[in-house]
Design a protein around this ligand. Structure first.
Ligand code: CA2
Length: 153
């Protein structure tokens, strides 16, 4: 029996939602589903709790606020789940913040961005994340929680 363990126990995670995701459930249900952001958060929180994790949630329409939140997360959280929404395709600032955080980050998209318009098929953050989950709707967040929970470090 070793007197120490290499396994990293994930404790606290932060789920970040980008611009317009506060509108979920109100418009475009054929693309993004019928769930509201509140419902998505409570499902993700339940999955986290069932795995012994604690989850906090943040939504902003502002790129700078998202950058600041990722920067501040370094000392408070063990991992991040992020759906940067439209900033996925444009934001070098969010990419750099993820890179600088040193935290394991899972990118989530409700829709399959590779089945949509050309401009959505490029993620500027994918290669600074540990992985990407795209196209599974609300289930994607639960999958992301599981991915962080089971990640050996
Ligand atoms: O599929 C995803 O999760 C996206 O990140 C959603 C973004 C989109 O820009 C990305 O390409 C893919 C859009 C979020 C806006 O959500 C709305 C919800 C309801 C009504 C209108 C927009």
């Amino acid at each position: 029996m070793p007197d120490f363990c290499y396994n990293y126990i994930m404790k606290k995670i932060l789920v970040i939602h980008g611009p317009n995701l506060n509108l979920l459930g109100e418009r475009e249900p054929e693309i993004y589903g019928n769930f509201t952001l509140e419902e998505i958060n409570s499902k993700a929180a339940a999955r986290a709790k069932s795995l012994g994790l604690e989850a906090d949630f943040f939504q902003s329409n502002s790129e700078g606020d998202i950058v600041d939140t990722i920067g501040a997360a370094r000392k408070k959280y063990d991992g991040i789940i992020i759906n940067p929404a439209a900033y996925t395709h444009t934001s070098v600032a969010i990419r750099d913040a993820i890179s600088a955080s040193g935290l394991p980050v899972v990118e989530v998209h409700l829709s399959n961005i590779y089945k949509r318009e050309d401009f959505r098929r490029k993620s500027l953050i994918a290669d600074v994340c540990v992985g990407q989950i795209s196209g599974f709707g609300v289930t994607g967040y639960a999958l992301a929680v599981e991915a962080l929970a089971s990640r050996p470090e």
